[in-house]
Design a binder for this molecule. Structure first.
Ligand code: 6GU
Length: 226
């Protein structure tokens, strides 16, 4: 998969993909991430990218021309499965949406900043809009990083343990249960007996039960939708 990200703050996207799982995914050639600076498409001597909003009101808006140039320039080289705009006024990203996007070949992500982007870009070029939750960030970059991480780890071959992405919280609609590793006793804090019993059926029943208990306590809304 190839991801192209358009942003006014490319520096914010320099670090997050160069470590751990996403780094390995790129090294394996399974995932390519390119960050494009919108200022390169700015207008005039000062590379202007934003302006006051029509009708008045606080906050700058990203102008239509630089975004149009950036998006259509990328489109000249490849077809995008989706051109995604990250914005808080959009449907919230879910695991099932991430699963779907992880199967794409080419994805473009546009990060908003300031007050937002000119609506005409959303009306004519954007094909999907996503938020990452009900709170406001100063720009779409960190949200884009969240989306890229969520989809990158799902690409077949990225995780060494192919099964582990499928046993994540949310992948089956409930939260994951507790996990433990050695030692079995630390500070007289003991690992639950069942996990060291070696009894596979009992272990998987216990894990399932713990998942449901945790979901009921922390996110009962996930069980209500069933
Ligand atoms: Cl995608 N962008 C911004 N600026 N804030 C957010 C968000 C996105 N998702 C949640 N809050």
């Amino acid at each position: 998969m190839r991801v192209d990200i358009i942003t006014v703050v490319p520096e914010l996207l320099k670090g997050p993909f160069d470590h751990s799982i996403l780094k390995r995914a790129q090294e394996k050639g399974l995932f390519e991430i390119y960050v494009h600076d919108l200022k390169k498409f700015g207008i005039g001597k000062f590379n202007q990218i934003d302006d006051y909003q029509y009708g008045g009101g606080a906050g700058m808006v990203l102008r239509v021309e630089p975004l149009f140039q950036a998006i259509t320039t990328l489109q000249q080289h490849r077809d995008y499965d989706d051109i995604i705009f990250m914005t808080p006024d959009a449907p919230v990203l879910t695991q099932s949406e991430a699963n779907k996007i992880s199967l794409y070949e080419n994805v473009m992500i546009v990060c908003g900043h300031y007050k937002g982007i000119d609506q005409r870009i959303r009306d004519h070029l954007i094909t999907k809009e996503l938020s990452i939750g009900d709170y406001v960030l100063s720009g779409g970059e960190l949200a884009a990083a969240v989306l890229v991480d969520a989809i990158g780890r799902l690409i077949p071959g990225v995780l060494n343990d192919g099964s582990s992405a499928l046993t994540d919280s949310f992948q089956d609609g409930v939260l994951s249960g507790p996990v433990y590793t050695r030692p079995a006793i630390f500070n007289d804090w003991a690992v639950p007996d069942v996990l060291v019993s070696g009894h596979e059926k009992k272990i998987s029943d216990w894990r399932h039960e713990q998942s449901l208990i945790r979901t009921q306590n922390i996110r009962p809304d996930l069980l209500e939708n069933e």
